[in-house]
Design a protein around this ligand. Structure first.
Ligand SMILES: Cc1cc2nc3c(=O)[nH]c(=O)nc-3n(C[C@H](O)[C@H](O)[C@H](O)COP(=O)(O)OP(=O)(O)OC[C@H]3O[C@@H](n4cnc5c(N)ncnc54)[C@H](O)[C@@H]3O)c2cc1C
Length: 564
């Protein structure tokens, strides 16, 4: 236990009399940290600390990488933590032990008592805070705004894929539009390149032609599995897959998550999720996904990005194994004892002349946040009347000159939550046209106009700069083994829906709630037959699937032990 006398080592406590120091000492937590262990990580709830023994170093995440500030070290007698507490933010930096450390940790309430009850203590703390804020300001000015420079054209689909990938992975980048900002293109850029070009950290040109995977590799993101065998392979990094990764890794399973694009899935493209528990002011899909990804990584889940799972094969004694073999595009294979399929859904295609030809050239499925810059001052159309279309409309009203929602049904209230209908009604640059369908998209090289038709009226052609299609989604499960049970729309059947299928009677158990007709092959989230298509239910199912994986593995271990 910490004594008042020990606290005297710190300037803040020198100002107090012995009795007051003793009183505060009894309230401080006595923390020991070994070398290389974190005392606190950036983003955590802040505390006020006094270093009683040892040395600590400070680090901060800068453009996706941890950077240590060698010039800032804390030694015996130093105090810290007051800046985020007084600004009301989470911890602004991480502190890692260089040597064994002993630290006195005060909670918010004790810290407030300290500055309220002693003017002298308060003055010492405020002076330190001013100095540190100056340092924060200098750091903000010295930090480059982006790690990646992308040079390309607005309507080049490869360039758009790279920009979308960077944005979805929350990697800050600068984009130079080759057609409109030619004078800003760095002179060192190879002259013969007319497709996209990408530079990392102002130094490294991604080999031509740059692809999403090459960019991911250049940024140090993992694109290949590292082990030959896992307890569970999760396919898909949306809310369901991320929740499974967090719960699986935190409960000691050896977890691999494979995601073809970026962590977050559909939820990652949402501008504001307002119905997820614990976020009274809503949370952007970006923020939720980033936090979930960090959480999963921190627990030790292995995440492989930019890889698509193209096949899952059941291993048998005949083909030399047990569990499943998961095949990635490009040929990598990994073995796993169980699989959680969390591949969600893909946008339904809009059947109208011109739409397919202008895809990526003004016509887009979904509405990535990256598009905000491309619609500034433009006339934007959104097809669809669901919540995702409503959120996109709300978002683009802050950038576009006009946003027109084209809704096939008679009333948007039938398909959209009332809170979004209310928010849209407050915006002056949005209009909703019901009973209306897209007849044709037209343009030379990119979208220029759109022909629509309202029920009982003549078709109408209007100037259009962008068309975002958000007319619902379908499960894409055609790549899965034929033997897996799906409904007529491709959604995967689980639990009660597969209990009567051949095989279960001989296994002497019924399938777990989220288990498919293949034992040890689970399914969670939007891709599951009759699941509730929400972030919270995806998260719930992902975490539940892990509980079933544990139960399955226990049964499997038992059966193998009996057999041996
Ligand atoms: C714009 C928008 C706004 C929304 N807003 C809300 C909201 O406010 N509140 C709410 O509750 N819900 C909202 N939703 C719905 C919610 O986002 C989904 O229900 C949820 O994301 C489903 O999670 P999931 O993990 O099952 O699937 P998804 O989020 O679809 O994630 C599936 C992931 O699997 C990956 N994948 C697919 N196939 C493969 C493969 N073969 N190999 C590797 N990876 C693969 C995909 O790239 C994707 O990242 C919104 C949806 C959209 C599109």
């Amino acid at each position: 236990m910490i004594t008042g006398e020990e606290l005297r080592i710190c300037k803040v406590f020198e100002c107090l009399d012995a009795a007051e120091r003793d009183r505060l000492a009894t309230k401080a937590a006595d923390i020991y940290v070994r070398p290389d262990e974190y005392l606190i990580r950036e983003g955590e709830t802040p505390h006020f600390f006094v270093l009683l023994e040892g040395k600590l170093k400070l680090s901060k995440e800068v453009l996706g990488r941890e950077r240590f500030f060698d010039e800032i070290k804390y030694a015996t007698g130093d105090f810290f933590g007051e800046v985020p507490i007084l600004l009301g933010t989470s911890s602004l930096a991480s502190l890692k032990a260089v040597t064994w450390c002993r630290v006195a940790r005060f909670d918010l309430q004790q810290f407030q008592e300290l500055i309220r009850d002693s003017e002298k203590c308060s003055a010492v703390i405020m002076q330190a805070m001013n100095e540190r804020l100056g340092r924060v300001q200098r750091h903000a000015m010295e930090t480059p705004a982006a790690r990646v420079l992308v040079v390309g054209s607005q309507y080049d689909t490869d360039c758009r894929d790279i920009r979308t990938f960077l944005a979805m992975n929350r990697i800050p980048y600068e984009w130079l539009d080759r057609d409109n900002e030619a004078d800003r293109i760095p002179s060192c850029m190879p002259k013969d390149v007319d497709g996209p070009a990408v530079v990392i950290d102002h130094a490294f040109w991604v080999p031509q032609p740059p692809t999403v995977r090459k960019v991911a590799q250049a940024l140090g993101l993992r694109t290949h599995p590292t082990k030959p065998m896992y307890d569970v392979v999760i396919v898909g990094g949306g809310p369901a897959g991320l929740a499974a990764a967090v719960y699986g890794a935190s409960e000691g399973l050896c977890v691999l998550l494979i995601e073809r694009n970026a962590a977050g899935g559909q939820a990652g493209t949402s501008t504001r999720i307002e119905n997820y528990l614990g976020f009274p002011n809503g949370v952007s899909g970006d923020e939720l996904s980033e936090k979930a990804l960090r959480q999963a990584t921190r627990f030790g889940a292995e995440m492989v990005l930019t890889r698509t799972v193209v096949n899952v094969e059941a291993m048998t004694v005949a083909n030399g194994g047990h569990g499943y073999c998961v095949e990635l595009d490009g040929g990598d294979r990994v073995q796993t004892r169980t699989v959680i399929l969390a591949t969600g859904v893909d946008w339904r295609r809009l059947e109208a002349p011109g739409v397919e030809d202008l895809l990526g050239k003004g016509v887009l499925y979904g509405a990535a946040r990256t598009e905000s810059q491309t619609v500034i001052g433009k006339d934007v159309f959104i097809v669809g009347g669901g919540n995702s279309a409503g959120q996109a409309a709300m978002y683009f009203t802050n950038y576009a000159r006009s946003v027109t929602m084209l809704v096939r049904g008679p009333k948007v209230e039938f398909t959209m939550s009332q809170y979004l209908v209310d928010q849209l009604s407050q915006k002056c640059n949005v209009s909703i046209e019901t009973n209306t369908v897209v007849v044709e998209a037209e343009g030379e090289g990119h979208l220029e106009s759109l022909t629509t038709q309202a029920k009982g009226e003549e078709p109408q052609t209007r100037k259009a700069d962008a068309l975002f299609v958000m007319i619902g989604a379908d499960a894409n499960t055609s790549w899965l083994p034929k033997g897996i049970e799906r409904d007529e729309r491709g959604y995967i059947c689980t639990g009660r829906d597969v209990v009567d299928l051949p095989g279960w009677d001989s296994r002497r158990r019924t399938p777990f709630l989220l288990e498919t007709n293949l034992p040890g092959f689970f399914c969670a989230g939007d891709v599951r037959h009759e699941s509730i298509k929400r972030v919270s239910s995806g998260v719930g199912e992902g975490s539940m699937a892990i509980a079933f994986v544990h139960q399955y593995l226990a049964l499997d271990d038992h059966a193998r032990l009996k057999a041996s």
